[in-house]
Ligand binder design. Structure first.
Ligand code: BJW
Ligand code: ZN
Length: 247
């Protein structure tokens, strides 16, 4: 407990003193909103096979099945609300001079909590991309169509969720911007990610190499923990509000 308080204090000071702050979030930040993580117990990949659902090959093989998985997720997230961790990050943005929130999450909960400068590395559950004409469209309708898979209103082509599957490149502009922000930040918060999926998992290393103070918030240790200056162990929804509490 003593050590935890000491660590919390060091993290508070770093956040208060640094003008350029970057946050990298993963599925753990939405856990308290009832959105399951991918790995670990009760993780999505325990129940569903990633290779059968989150790859371009899987979609080619059976688009309706892949859409069923995404419809289940879209319905779940539609009912969810941002938790105190999302809200704390929106509050932090308002008080830091240069702030950027990089998220691997596709649930859109950061934006719903009021965060503004967000880079979504793995896309968004509520956007579709047409494989025929390439048009990107936002849709919050659940279900998205009477019959799955949905088709494009403009060209009749097959629509896919605009998320990044294994083996696919991340949106180039977004990843470049994220790397740039990570490479010039003074403090980075790494919250609720297992640090296993690349290239996102490489961003804390870029920040560290540039001399940033690294804070990890996660109930478990991860491959990123050894490079962190401070590890705050606990659920993001309780740790983050305490971290932002003054003094
Ligand atoms: C809490 C908590 C609480 C719990 N509070 N915390 C280098 C080495 C090895 C492999 C590769 C490499 N580079 C690339 C690869 C391949 C691959 C990869 O990384 N594989 C590894 C798994 C081995 N990467 C890719 O394929 C990427 N593409 C790519 O590299 O393209 C290259 C290319 C270039 C040019 C042409 C073609 C290709 C794409 C990766 C896409 C990832 N997509 C997914 C699915 C998105 C859509 C969807 O949602 O369905 O993204 S996979 C899934 O993992 C999702 C997540 O964003 C991502 C990361 O997961 P995250 O967020 O870390 O969640 P979990 O569940 O892993 O962890 C949760 C954490 O929270 C845990 O630590 C808990 O302890 C913690 N937690 N409760 C705080 N209350
Ligand atoms: Zn189209």
């Amino acid at each position: 407990m003593e050590r935890n308080l000491e660590e919390l204090k060091r993290a508070k000071i770093a956040l208060r003193e640094q003008a350029r702050v970057v946050v990298l979030t993963g599925a753990g930040v939405s856990k308290e909103s009832g959105v399951p993580t991918f790995r670990g117990k009760n993780g999505l990949w325990k129940e569903f096979r990633a290779q059968e659902l989150a790859t371009p090959e899987a979609f080619k093989r059976n688009p309706a099945l892949v859409w069923e998985f995404y419809e289940f997720r879209r319905a779940l997230v539609s009912r969810a609300v941002p938790n105190p961790a999302h809200v704390a990050l929106a509050t932090l943005e308002a008080r830091v001079p240069r702030f950027c929130l990089i998220t691997q999450n596709v649930d859109g909960l950061h934006a719903r909590a009021g965060s503004k400068n967000i880079l979504e590395l793995h896309g968004n559950l509520f956007r579709t991309r047409c494989l025929g004409c390439g048009v990107l469209e936002e849709s919050f309708a659940v279900p998205i169509a009477q019959k799955l898979p949905p088709s494009c209103q403009h060209c009749g082509g097959l629509l896919r969720p605009d998320v990044v599957w294994f083996g696919e490149p991340l949106p180039a502009g977004v990843m470049n911007q994220a790397s740039e922000e990570a490479g010039k930040c003074e403090a980075m918060l790494v919250i609720g990610t297992s640090g296993l999926v690349f290239p996102a998992a490489g961003l804390p290393g870029l920040a560290k190499d540039a001399g940033a103070f690294l804070i990890e918030i996660n109930p478990e240790s991860t491959p990123l923990s050894p490079m962190a200056d401070v590890c705050l162990r606990g659920p993001a929804a309780s740790v983050l509000p305490r971290l932002l509490q003054e003094p």
